[in-house]
Design a protein around this ligand. Structure first.
Ligand code: SF4
Length: 322
């Protein structure tokens, strides 16, 4: 870790940071745009592999079309401290989702389609606008189904002076093929790991293979960027930050997730353990999901992380329990 700090300090004026700058200068970013757009022809962007031709306007499971759709963008101060920093994280909330969880707190955006279609040029302008506001990064919220459009916009924004890193803030249900095309483009991966069990992933997100897919995806992300590196002034520069939301009745199977992170990703992983669950959207009609978590449930997960010596990261306080 200390070696990584040293390297970042030395590279403070490195004109090849963030990673996409080097790819832009060599023309490789433009080639990636072409490659990644190909995945929409017979859509294979995510593990759903719908096979629809998004380039011709066909819609798959996520309901996303050819144009990017954005519900809002702003400087966000509520993310983890090294992501928000003192100037905010430049969040861009994308409409639609490839998971569509029954308890989604953002369901009007993810599932009811709230948002506006914009052009690639407008998306590039949003990125530059967020940088102008002083944001530390461009935080792409639920980006998976719009990855080609994001990379195309980045190619324009990089040419117009974008110099802050991308945060890929995703649900963890990601395809390795797509992630490989993001290598060198994304500096900070911030995936959820939502479920450690098949039954729950199937019932609440229609994705029985979620944990197996997320495990491979998170390992690939870690291979690309490593453990989270934070600059001496407290800002995330590069690396992996994993989020885990505790669900009531141990429905997330948190222990399996924490053990996986320790044993198969890195014992130095930064983990954000979140307690903010409340029954939203369809969860109010599902008895086992229709309550907040209890103090006992919260403490159990925090205790497990301690027992596994997973001490890096953040623990969201439990302000109100069931
Ligand atoms: S991105 Fe959407 S259309 Fe493409 S495979 Fe995933 S869910 Fe299907």
């Amino acid at each position: 870790m200390s070696q990584n700090f040293r390297r970042l300090c030395m590279n403070r004026n490195n004109t090849n940071y963030p990673g996409f700058i080097k790819l832009y200068k060599t023309g490789k970013l433009a080639r990636r745009v072409k490659d990644i757009y190909q995945l929409m022809k017979n859509c294979q962007l995510c593990p759903r592999r719908c096979g629809v031709n998004r380039l011709k306007g066909e819609l798959g499971y996520c309901r996303a079309g050819i144009e990017p759709e954005v519900s809002s963008f702003h400087s966000h101060f509520g993310e983890e401290p090294p992501i928000s920093g003192w100037s905010g994280s430049g969040t861009v909330f994308f409409t639609h989702c490839n998971l569509r969880c029954v308890f989604c707190q953002n369901y009007p955006i993810s599932q009811l389609g709230y948002g506006n279609k914009i052009s690639i040029e407008q998306l590039a302008s949003i990125m530059l606008n967020l940088q102008k506001r002083g944001c530390h990064n461009i935080n792409l919220v639920t980006p998976t189904h719009f990855t080609p459009q994001i990379v195309a916009a980045l190619n324009i924004a990089a040419g117009k002076g974008l110099t802050i890193p991308l945060v890929y803030n995703c649900g963890g249900y990601e395809s390795i093929q797509t992630l490989k095309l993001l290598e060198g483009i994304v500096d900070i991966y911030m995936p959820d790991i939502k479920y450690g069990g098949k039954k729950e992933a199937e019932k609440y997100s229609n994705a029985p293979d979620y944990f197996e897919v997320a495990k491979m995806a998170v390992k690939e992300m870690h291979r690309q960027v490593g453990d989270l590196q934070i600059s001496p002034d407290g800002i995330a520069k590069r690396g992996l930050l994993i989020r885990h939301l505790i669900l009531p009745n141990n429905l997330a199977r948190s222990e399996r997730i924490l053990k996986f992170i320790k044993d198969e990703v890195s014992p130095n992983s930064y983990i954000s353990i979140m307690s903010q669950y409340f029954p939203a959207y369809k969860a109010v009609q599902i008895p086992e999901l229709n309550r907040k978590i209890t103090k006992k449930e919260y403490q159990k997960v925090i205790g497990l992380a301690q027992k596994l010596s997973l001490e890096k990261g953040w623990r969201q306080e439990l302000t109100e329990e069931a």
